[in-house]
Ligand binder design. Structure first.
Ligand SMILES: Nc1ncnc2c1ncn2[C@@H]1O[C@H](COP(=O)(O)OP(=O)(O)OP(=O)(O)O)[C@@H](O)[C@H]1O
Length: 238
């Protein structure tokens, strides 16, 4: 079954092409790293996937729902973690998640059950009653990922979620997020850091609006380290 399908998607800012005929398909429960240097088009793609932008060209399907024809159904299956922290630092972790649950029309015992389950998935349940302000950067991101899962989306988008974190926190978050695929969540993880990509991961390399490579990280890097393969691929203009 398909988790996320993007077909012939293009986007222009005036004369500037930010995405050019981009197509890829992720299976249900697949983890995919979207690797691209600054300006590759990652944020533009995320803005199209979340319907902040609408493109007249191409199609997006989220968990089988066409985003332009059935936006409510499609967006109900989407969770997103933005690059910038959006927690209310004066609320506890649980209060932050409760607020988000309410926005999705989830309250009472159902909200409590979902919040506990989400926090548990990210190893954050014991911190539920701590103020967000007191959490370290890695725990803040984990709370935000738990929040993005409250409505049980089939597809989770993460836009460079480890920016500003130390190596240990980055490793912990990448590991937690990989674990989410075990129950069928499809993950699209935007990054510009090759060390966040595992050999077995699906990897899409985006550069100057084009997909330059799509396959397993192992196959794309070949005998070279992924970092040098990535630098080679993105050195030349498309
Ligand atoms: N509002 C805009 N007007 C004109 N050009 C834009 C606009 N926003 C982005 N671009 C250009 O579109 C291209 C893709 O930008 P985008 O922000 O999607 O890349 P990105 O991969 O997310 O980069 P970063 O990692 O730096 O956020 C870049 O060349 C960028 O300069």
């Amino acid at each position: 079954m398909t988790g996320l399908k993007v077909s012939n998607l293009s986007y222009h800012y005036g004369a500037k092409i930010a995405l050019n005929e981009v197509s890829f398909e992720l299976k249900t429960g697949e983890f995919c790293a979207l690797l691209g240097p600054n300006g590759a088009g990652k944020s533009t793609l995320f803005n199209l996937l979340t319907r902040l932008f609408v493109s007249p060209n191409g199609h997006i399907e989220i968990a089988g729902h066409d985003l332009s024809r059935s936006p409510r159904k499609a967006l109900a299956q989407l969770g997103i973690v933005f690059q910038q922290t959006t927690l209310d630092l004066d609320l506890t972790v649980r209060q932050n998640l409760s607020y988000f649950a309410a926005l999705h029309g989830i309250s009472g015992a159902d909200a409590t059950r979902r919040i506990d389950a989400s926090l548990d998935r990210l190893g954050m349940l014991e911190r539920a009653d701590e103020k967000a302000r007191t959490l370290n950067g890695g725990h803040k991101r984990r709370a935000e990922i738990a929040r993005a899962l409250i409505h049980n989306p089939m597809v989770l988008l993460l836009d460079e979620p480890t920016v500003g974190l130390d190596a240990a926190a980055r490793a912990s978050i990448t590991s937690h997020v990989h674990d989410l695929t075990a129950d069928g969540t499809t993950i699209l993880w935007a990054t510009h850091l090759t060390d966040e990509v595992r050999d077995d991961d699906r990897l899409i390399i985006l550069h100057q609006a084009h997909i330059l490579a799509d396959g397993t990280a192992r196959d794309i890097s070949g005998k070279a380290p992924l970092q040098s393969r990535f630098l080679d691929l993105t050195a030349a203009p498309v």
